[in-house]
Design a protein around this ligand. Structure first.
Ligand SMILES: Nc1ncnc2c1ncn2[C@@H]1O[C@H](COP(=O)(O)OP(=O)(O)OP(=O)(O)O)[C@@H](O)[C@H]1O
Ligand SMILES: [Mg+2]
Length: 220
């Protein structure tokens, strides 16, 4: 599913990632943990194609057997749209659109049929327990509900992998627990793969695997 070799990242002479190797299988929930500044977000952004690693000869990254490194803007955008879902700490929903519309946007970008997309979006909203909020705008949703909409948006195109950076960082304990349970429910029902950066110890301990980053290296 994801195979990464020798991922390094240097920001103006500061080597933040020093050579990371990873292998993540379908249906795994993997947590990336470590102290602030360890390079977790940097690593997630690289393996999720939002950033590029140092272009050294030994580097390689494959997602679904495709190497995104070197894809040009349009092809990269299409690759992300098709294969990858994102959930961020701040949900980044579009405020002027309803929950349902926000969820559908990535599928419209992929030119999928409107009726089918809306049907799937409503199924996802049901699965996430917020079908009755389909026509609410983000400002009319609680933080936990907004984050569930963001998860549905990440799932609409049936991506191979969902990447999340501190998805529950902004939620109260109860909403965070609900969101975490949702990740595992999605994994159990659909074999959805998740790679999640988190400071939440409960979530990290629930994960199938915990990758600990320290000073730019993975430690065991
Ligand atoms: N665009 C950038 N330019 C320069 N330095 C950066 C950039 N992005 C991150 N860094 C540096 O890289 C290091 C790792 O940052 P990163 O955001 O990956 O940490 P993190 O592990 O996600 O931390 P946190 O838990 O606080 O979110 C930090 O020292 C940060 O200052
Ligand atoms: Mg971070």
């Amino acid at each position: 599913m994801i195979v990464a070799k020798n991922i390094q990242k240097t920001f103006s002479n500061h080597k933040v990632l020093k050579g990371i190797d990873l292998h993540i299988k379908q249906g795994e929930v993997v947590a990336i943990v470590g102290p602030s500044g360890a390079g977790k977000t940097t690593l997630l952004q690289i393996i999720s194609t939002l950033d590029i690693p140092d272009l050294i000869p030994e580097v390689s990254l494959k997602i679904n057997n495709i190497s995104p490194i070197g894809l040009k803007d349009k092809k990269l955008a299409a690759f992300r749209n098709q294969h990858i879902g994102f959930v961020f700490q701040f949900h980044q929903l579009l405020p002027e659109f309803t929950a349902l519309e926000n969820i559908c946007i990535p599928a419209y970008i992929a030119n999928k049929k409107k009726a089918e997309v809306q049907k799937r979006a409503l199924e996802l909203l049901s699965f996430l327990g917020i079908k009755n909020k389909a026509h609410n705008k983000p400002s009319q949703l609680s933080g936990g509900e907004q984050q569930r909409v963001a998860v549905a948006r990440a799932l609409i195109n049936q991506p191979a992998i969902v990447f999340a950076d501190e998805p529950s960082g902004n939620l109260d304990t109860q909403s965070a627990d609900n969101l975490h349970q949702l990740f595992f429910k999605l994994r159990d029902e659909f074999r959805q793969t998740f790679v999640i950066v988190t400071h939440n110890e409960t979530l990290a301990n629930m994960a199938d695997r915990k990758l600990v980053l320290k000073d730019g290296n993975l430690v065991l």
